[in-house]
Design a protein around this ligand. Structure first.
Ligand SMILES: O=C(O)CCC(=O)C(=O)O
Length: 263
């Protein structure tokens, strides 16, 4: 057999057989992770976000160990603070995921904690405000690509998790579409296995008609799903100035018998 094929089959075998949890086409699994008082305690630690990027407390450290870059220095600089403030939270998330996937789980870098304040929309010209409230485009998560050589990417076993910590008064959620990218074949498939167009006008038409489910965010309830499923932030409804939308989000890749988590 051609050695390239032998290698591909080996990766397929190791990739598919060696872990218990197969994200595949799973729609979000809901994991009660923090109770009400734990959510409150974590909110107290987050502080009040006023100006700056919408993602803070972020590891944002792709290509860990590859080359010196700004995000890596950012991660190094924030590591101690994040651990001292959020060590318990990160460990709780890690343990909850480990329980669910029945495989070892460790942090490689940190997740991002995304914060939105309702009053950040207040003074916006209406065109921008409308833009901010428009339905987000569906996407799949590709952050794992920074961790895997190109030729192995089709076989990468990946997951995404999102832990809502605070939701706006009109609610929040994740819009999960009935479309999954099958990495090995590069095909976009429905839950029933029907092939869907991936590009061009046919794709644009498809996304406006695709069936979806809005999975409601509840503070403390984590979503675990395959980042290969097309998803988007559910529409932000009836915004008010005092709204806060705070979610912790990260990804995982299965390597050497361990789910390695990163942001
Ligand atoms: O609700 C959120 O902000 C997370 C959405 C999400 O999963 C994503 O943007 O990939």
């Amino acid at each position: 057999m051609d050695p390239v094929w032998e290698w591909i089959l080996l990766i397929l075998f190791v990739g598919c057989k060696s872990q218990n949890f197969q994200p595949g086409r799973k729609t979000p699994i809901l994991l009660d992770t923090l109770n009400e008082s734990q959510v409150k305690r974590q909110l107290g630690k987050l502080g009040s976000y006023i100006y700056g990027p919408s993602t803070i407390y972020s590891g944002h450290c792709p290509a860990y160990g590859e080359h010196e870059n700004a995000t890596q220095r950012h991660h190094e600089g924030m590591k101690d603070m994040i651990e001292s403030r959020f060590g318990w939270l990160l460990d709780t998330v890690r343990r909850k995921l480990a329980e669910e996937v029945s495989d070892p789980v460790e942090w490689m870098s940190y997740p991002y904690i995304k914060m939105h304040r309702g009053d950040s929309l207040d003074a916006l010209p209406s065109e921008f405000r409308d833009l901010a409230l428009k339905v987000a485009p569906p996407h799949r998560d590709q952050q794992f690509m920074s961790y895997v050589p190109k030729e192995q990417q089709p076989f990468a076993q990946t997951l995404t998790f999102t832990l809502p910590i605070q939701v706006p008064s009109g609610g929040a959620g994740l819009r999960c579409f009935d479309a999954f990218l099958d990495k090995p074949s590069g095909k976009l498939l429905s839950q029933q296995g029907q092939e869907l167009p991936r590009t061009g006008q046919a794709y644009q038409q498809l996304v406006s008609h695709l069936p979806y489910e809005d999975v409601v965010y509840l503070p403390g309830r984590m979503l675990l799903f395959s980042g290969d499923q097309l998803h988007a932030v559910s529409p932000y409804k009836n915004p008010i100035s005092s709204d806060r939308r705070i979610v912790l989000q990260g990804h995982g890749i299965f390597q050497e018998g361990v789910w390695k988590l990163f942001g």
